[in-house]
Write a protein that binds this ligand. Sequence first.
Ligand code: DOR
Ligand code: ZN
Ligand code: ZN
Length: 439
Amino acid sequence: MIQLILIKNGTLVSSSGTRAADILIDGQRIVAVEDAIDLHSQSQIQNLQSIDASGLLVFPGLIDVHTHMRQPGGEQKEDFYTGTCAALAGGVTTVFAMPNTSPAIIDRATLDLVLELAQHNAVCDYGVFIGATNTNQHLKLNNPDLRECGLKMYMGSSTGDLLVEDFGPQYEHFLHYPHERVIAVHAEHEPAVRYFGQHGERRPHICAEVEVARVVALAERCNRHVHVCHVSSRREVEIIGDAKARGVPVTCEFAPHYLFLTTEKEQGTTDAGEPSSYYQMNPPLRAGDDLATLWANLDVADCIATDHAPHTPEEKHSAKPPSGVPGLETMLALLMTAAHDGRLTLGDIARLCCEGPAQTFNIAAKGRIAPGFDADITLVDPNELWVIGSKPLFTKCGWTPFEGWPVRGAVKQTFVRGRLAFDNGAVVAARGSGRRVEN
Ligand code: DOR
Ligand code: ZN
Ligand code: ZN
């Protein structure tokens, strides 16, 4: 028996703003969006579940194109189950997982292994990136049916051992990876990272500026789409904005930590009294004027993505702490709070967290609330005030860099393809109910 769900009296959010409307879901898909939907036929009513969304905002399920699920090899930090539970709690219904695992995802065998782990464990939909190496530039040519969501290239080193720093293999990847697919890049110039490291400076912003300039030159020369991950500094924004204006096929994502935290956080302890390594990430946090430039140029961003990069407290307390912070459970609340403060609009959130990611990565059936689209839906109470850290976290690492922050806006329910997956604080989706996204 097909289950019909009617979400009534909610306020739908899209890039063009808000609208009061009802949504009818038939199975996994949205079938109608109208000002008011009333069902009269008896046969329909028998299978109908009605949800009253009065006072709630109705977002398309958020799509986070940059997460680290840590499977395989980092299961002490996260796995596909805990990571996607965190996603649902944050209103995210699709995650793309990065390939810097152990072993890294760099060929058909490792990709198939990780897709199987995801298939058995994920509670939201997912994609998995394959990682570029110095020798796998013909990977897709040799395996046209690989089921990766895109190619990730670490042009600078970060967690794990994936790195393509030399011009030759970088250029060959840009040339050979199918041009209708996306190459996502970690753009920090490795020789500069090394140089400054030797001189006691951790990844100053010129490292990112130099590599983003090279990315733009390569994208232009090869006339291919390149997606710049986690833009953090003023010059990067200017370089990408200028490239876009000239028609270079480059897109980019901003990450919440660069929008809400500045480098001063790296001195002393965190708001929760933890060591500053809790704020250590690649690229590092930037200065206030960088942050201001990001906020002033949200139109340059195609997506906001968390770069959810969990590490355990023990690892963060160690002598050589790893870089990265978790973010899936806090992104929407932080953005809702910023929207309340007038720093962006609800429409911006829908553009940057739903429609933009779908467009950037060619995910046809997601990112919008419209007939024919997957019924990925996030219900948010825009007025609920809460303090980050006061609710239990689903991420296995168990901490957040935003501990203690008062926020406004809480995820109440999350639906994935028509199924209630997160319900008022509890994950109700079955392990393995997430599906691979085709893009
Ligand atoms: O801080 C970071 N952490 N930056 C990255 O590029 C990788 C990530 C991780 O995987 O821990
Ligand atoms: Zn990165
Ligand atoms: Zn990352």
